[in-house]
Design a protein around this ligand. Structure first.
Ligand code: HEC
Ligand code: HEC
Length: 181
């Protein structure tokens, strides 16, 4: 019994070996893939010199006149639709975003108010009672402006929104524990 299984094992190794070398032969006949053919940039992978990424133009429409962009998926950080000239970088002593997006200013200016989640410490579960959580201070870490340029690969992602409202507004703090309690 033992010697039979050993023989099968040896035969198995031989078959794998033959298959392997056959594949290697077939491979060597194929044209080698050049580095320039890899990826979308059609350039050597070792040089950035000739590569000029197309960043497009960010919106030049001033806040108050731009059009909000539909959320990418439910409770995703909304994209910035307006011009940011003069507002960046957000620094330790200056955050222009807050001038318009703090709830007490937002309504009068037609801006979207910061949501409840930004006044809440997600780590400790503590309600900060209207004080901005420090981790939310660098807005650009999560919110980004958009440009209208053709995408190199078509994005086929389709978000499922559970309500019409969630396409245009956030409510993470209200839904975070759904199904948990
Ligand atoms: C002068 C006021 C003002 C300033 C400063 C400002 N915003 Fe806005 N923001 C608005 C208004 C008003 C809108 C609504 C769209 C519009 O009317 O242009 C808006 C829209 C947005 C939206 C989209 C909200 C949604 O519901 O889709 C985001 C995200 C945003 N701003 C982020 C920022 C960030 C980040 C900064 C700082 C770098 C900033 N804003 C600075 C007024 C402002
Ligand atoms: C750590 C990531 C993060 C940071 C930093 C952050 N946000 Fe958000 N923001 C989000 C996410 C995620 C949402 C949507 C889910 C939610 O929290 O309700 C959101 C939602 C929003 C909304 C939409 C509110 C609504 O009712 O629809 C506004 C406006 C906004 N943020 C502005 C800002 C501004 C201005 C700053 C900087 C002061 C900032 N955010 C910092 C992640 C972030």
């Amino acid at each position: 019994m033992k010697s039979i299984s050993r023989r099968f094992f040896a035969a198995g190794i031989a078959v794998v070996f033959c298959l392997g070398s056959g594949l290697a032969l077939a491979d060597s006949k194929k044209k080698e893939q050049s580095e320039e053919d890899m990826g979308f940039r059609k350039q050597s992978l070792y040089s950035e010199e000739k590569e000029k990424p197309d960043h497009g133009e960010y919106s030049k429409t001033e806040p108050g006149k731009s059009k909000r962009i539909e959320r990418a998926f439910e409770n995703s950080p909304p994209l910035i639709p307006h011009d940011l000239t003069g507002m960046l970088p957000v620094s330790e002593t200056n955050n222009a975003c807050l001038n318009c997006h703090m709830p007490e200013h937002a309504k009068a200016l037609g801006a979207t108010a910061l949501p409840k989640s930004h006044f809440f410490d997600m780590e400790t579960g503590k309600d900060l009672k209207g004080q901005l959580d420090n981790k939310r201070y660098p807005c650009m870490q999560c919110h980004v402006p958009q440009v209208n340029i053709p995408e190199p690969i078509k994005n086929t992602f389709k978000a499922d929104f559970r309500s019409k409202k969630s396409k245009t507004s956030s409510g993470l703090l209200d839904t975070l524990n759904e199904g948990v309690k």
